[in-house]
Design a binder for this molecule. Structure first.
Ligand code: COA
Length: 339
């Protein structure tokens, strides 16, 4: 046997051994995957069973509360308190279990699993979402700036509006994935992005004319301001995310949360005036468009539809932001040492 063939055979033997090992590891991996999916099914069905039984027991507790002795009432109150916090525990458990996609996600992505199974990947996804928002917002800021100050072509406005439509549609998908993974984004912010996508698409179809030019600069200035506020908001929200990650736990934290809270309040009090100013600008845009719709030369349906979108955006943003701030103030006053 030639020296060359000997070398090849030796190399091949080593490779074969490694391949056998790889096969064994892969077999174990498949077995564990199988076990994992059984455990996931177990947990999911156990959670739904618990939910039904919890509903039944809370009805029983409600019935028994009437006319019970003092001692019994105390025990029932304790059970009631425990029942109250269970749904939250289920919600946190479900964030790590596969679940059926929402209608929107199944329409857009089909029936693909979008649950991320560990905290690091959830944080990484959220982090990437914030970065994506920031990059696109800076791009939109630059684009609105150029359209406002330098170029006044319908074509450049179309590109800006198309970018806005694409941006908001993408956000709705990413946010639905975040919600599946346990994010507490309020439904309004997702709905806000749907309305904004509708608004930008209607702007896209608004034919050029006197009325379009009357509103163009106001809209571009508003886009510029909104992108600026969104940059501040991204900075605040990724700051919250980094600090929460540094604290280790997302929804279950100890004393060190005080540092986070003071940072959060500083950020929020800085941000709020800008946010409220933006909301009133939306109201102003809505009212201007409705006034425009009453002009005799106004034939475009886009004018009242955009006006309506702005009014909905104003009302939703304003009331949700007030509710968020009230809720945060209440939590701070109730539990000064925990979140
Ligand atoms: N868009 C997307 N996600 C949002 C959001 C928004 N506008 N507001 C809050 N969230 C997310 C948070 O990131 C958090 O997610 P997590 O559970 O994955 O960590 C979750 O919702 C809960 O956040 P919450 O604690 O209620 O609020 P916050 O401290 O993160 O932010 C505000 C509070 C007021 C700064 C924020 O809601 C906001 O910027 N609102 C105003 C938006 C607006 O009006 N835009 C128009 C400007 S002209």
């Amino acid at each position: 046997m030639s020296e060359n063939l000997k070398n090849i055979l030796e190399e091949w033997k080593g490779l074969e051994e490694e391949y056998q090992q790889l096969q064994e590891t892969h077999r174990m991996y498949l077995k564990k995957l199988d076990e994992l999916s059984k455990l996931q099914n177990n947990c999911s069905s156990s959670i739904s069973r618990q939910r039904t039984r919890l509903k039944e027991i809370s009805q029983l507790v409600k019935k028994s509360s009437k006319g019970s002795s003092e001692e019994d009432a105390r025990i029932l109150d304790e059970i009631k308190e425990k029942i109250k916090i269970r749904p939250n525990a289920f919600f946190q458990m479900e964030a790590f279990l596969p679940k059926k996609n929402s209608l929107y996600l199944s329409l857009v992505l089909g029936n693909v699993n979008v649950t991320l199974f560990n905290k690091q990947s959830k944080f990484a996804y959220k982090d990437e979402y914030e970065k994506f928002k920031l990059c696109l917002t800076v791009l939109l800021l630059l684009f609105s700036f150029i359209c406002y100050f330098f170029v006044s072509y319908r074509f450049s406005d179309v590109i800006l509006n198309f970018l806005l439509v694409w941006y908001y549609c993408t956000l709705t998908i990413r946010e639905s994935i975040l919600i599946t993974n346990g994010s507490r984004i309020k439904g309004w912010w997702v709905f806000h992005h749907y309305i904004s996508a509708v608004l930008s698409s209607v702007m896209l179809t608004w034919p050029e004319g006197n009325l379009y030019h009357m509103f163009r600069n106001q809209f571009l200035a508003y886009s510029l301001y909104q992108s600026f506020v969104q940059c501040l908001q991204c900075y605040y929200q990724s700051g919250c995310l980094y600090r929460l990650r540094a604290l280790g736990e997302r929804h279950n934290m100890d004393l060190t949360v005080e540092g986070f809270q003071s940072w959060m309040w500083k950020g929020l009090t800085f941000l709020l005036p800008f946010l409220f100013f933006g909301h009133f600008w939306q109201l102003f845009n809505g009212l201007s468009l409705f006034r425009m719709a009453q002009l005799p030369e106004c034939k475009e349906w886009q004018v009242p539809v955009c006006g309506l979108c702005f009014l909905i955006l104003f009302a939703g943003n304003f009331f949700t932001t007030v509710a968020v701030v009230r809720q945060k103030l209440k939590t701070r006053n109730q539990k000064p040492k925990s979140l």
